[in-house]
Design a protein around this ligand. Sequence first.
Ligand code: PBG
Length: 339
Amino acid sequence: MTVTHSPENQGDGLPPEQIVQRPRRLRRTAAIRAMVAETRLDPADFVLPLFAVEGLDEPRELAAMPGILQHTKQSLQRAVHEAADAGVGAVMLFATPAHRDPQGSEAWNPTGIMANAVRWAVDAEPELPVVADVCLDEFTDHGHCGVLAPDGSVDNDATLPLYARMSCVLADAGAAMLGPSGMMDGQIGVIREALDRAGHTDTVLMAYSAKYASGFFGPFREAVDCQLTGDRRAYQQDPANVIEGLREVELDLEQGADIVMVKPALAYLDVLAKACQISNVPVAAYVVSGEYSMIEFAAKAGAIDRRRCILEALTGVKRAGASLIVNYWATEVAGWLRS
Ligand code: PBG
């Protein structure tokens, strides 16, 4: 069909019978739009990250993440109850110790803040899956995700047994799932073997597979009081690479990952979509601290509609293929979706 813009038909438009395809019919009312929506958010797919801090008297709101708290035992348990009541699928725990050392030894202290936080969450809601972060960056005095070699580089192979030890302690404490996030080569295989040998054959591994060296992790550093100077580019991935991200996913699948993850989410939706094509296990995506804060600060400044943009961002992640969405809005959005 050719449309001619001769002086005779100008302003009259096309005769209606010539426009057979009218996609707008399915957009006309909210009820019709809801019927034909291809993507629906579900609180059961959400994972809520929570930060526990050793020796904290009162919960403390993060300057870099408005609305997000560093938790005491009491406030953590309250947040876990609220998440469970709202139908959120799981909580994911990070912890900050009072004392750090070069090895990060508080990470595998059976009565340290990380294992305690797991117990607090499990006690609060025994049915809610608790995902415990497995990484050393919160626990080392240099802030890297592993131990250092004499030359100052992060020693991959010396770090692996420490992850294995930490994993067994957190599984003992009751974590149903572990989230190894340190990007050491071989970490999933080593952790799986150690868990199985300790009898934790049912502990789920949610592997941070395609994790990028991202500026969007910035606010998280305040949340866990990370001591890092420099960056993680020698172990986390280059944001320019997608083939490499898929290789990481394949390696984690070979090593026994039960869930694979792409992180960050919003700036990596292409990686996520491709990971979903090659994965035979659920794929999670993590909308990280900086992605949270961008929306929060823009909304505070009056530049965007907060609720609308949060829902749009999460819908985009789901539409790209994520089965699970780790995000800091989980409980609040679950409430919106229910009402
Ligand atoms: C490492 C870890 C980080 C995040 C989750 N796990 C920080 C990093 O890799 O530098 C970032 C999460 C976020 O920014 O929301 N334990």
